[in-house]
Design a protein around this ligand. Structure first.
Ligand SMILES: *Cc1c(COP(=O)(O)O)cnc(C)c1O
Length: 224
């Protein structure tokens, strides 16, 4: 095993243990939190090492980059690819051809373009609605006050399979209140999936009910 593979295997071991421990500390099942390994901007060797660790759930933030990395590996047994970055509606078909889950549905035009692509024969994705919990102008996501209406529009107006919600809290704020806000939106819309928490705060996210944590640098080090 190369040094890189060994280091990544140790990181997976460490992160998986901490996830299980955080779940138990929150009186949840240790296996109730899914780890999404974020491979954006990482070299081939990192992807291979992650697969060798048995990791099968991956997050990517750009459609084109993800296609380069994953198209040839799409048939890997159990592979689940999750789009965690913004999606332009003119890239919807490319995204649906590659991803199992789109975590970043956040506006009617995009929801409608997914509906149209599925009507035209594309594979229907599982989707999450991205919520801009910090109401940051530069950040994607529907504002909290508009979330219920938008979720209903996705479900009823666009027949999307909405599994849950996701957020990326502001970098300079305590994330806990954002996690709590997202959990509340999920609860009142009867949604099971909560994608929240990254390398720096996934244990806190699990405390607030995260079902999916998205971890990059804690597994793979800094991005190239
Ligand atoms: C890059 C990225 C992550 C992973 O961030 P780390 O801090 O490296 O764990 C998680 N979620 C989203 C949406 C990202 O873009």
């Amino acid at each position: 095993m190369s040094d890189l593979s060994a280091a990544i295997a140790a990181n997976f071991d460490h992160v998986r243990r901490r996830i299980a421990k955080a779940a138990v500390a929150a009186s949840r099942e240790p296996g109730s939190v899914s780890l999404t390994a974020v491979t954006k901007q990482q070299p081939e060797a990192v992807v291979e090492a992650a697969l060798a660790c048995g990791q099968r759930v991956f997050g990517e933030n750009r459609v084109q980059e993800a296609a380069t990395r994953w198209a040839s590996r799409r048939a890997t047994d159990g592979l689940e690819l999750r789009l965690i970055g913004p999606l332009q509606s003119n890239k919807t078909s490319d995204a649906l051809a590659l991803f199992d889950v789109i975590e970043t549905v956040d506006r009617p035009k995009l929801a409608r373009s997914i509906f149209d692509a599925v009507a035209a024969g594309a594979r229907a994705p599982r989707v999450l609605v991205q919520v801009n919990t910090g109401e940051e102008p530069q950040k994607a996501g529907v504002f909290p006050a508009d979330a219920d209406r938008f979720i209903a529009f996705c479900r009823e107006g666009c027949e999307l399979n909405v599994e849950g919600v996701m957020c990326i809290p502001p970098v300079d704020e305590e994330p806990a209140m954002h996690f709590a806000l997202l959990a509340d939106i999920a609860r009142r819309n009867r949604l099971q999936t909560l994608s929240m928490g990254m390398s720096g705060d996934y244990e806190s996210a699990i405390r607030f009910g995260a079902t999916h944590v998205r971890v990059g640098s804690a597994l793979f080090g800094a991005r190239g």
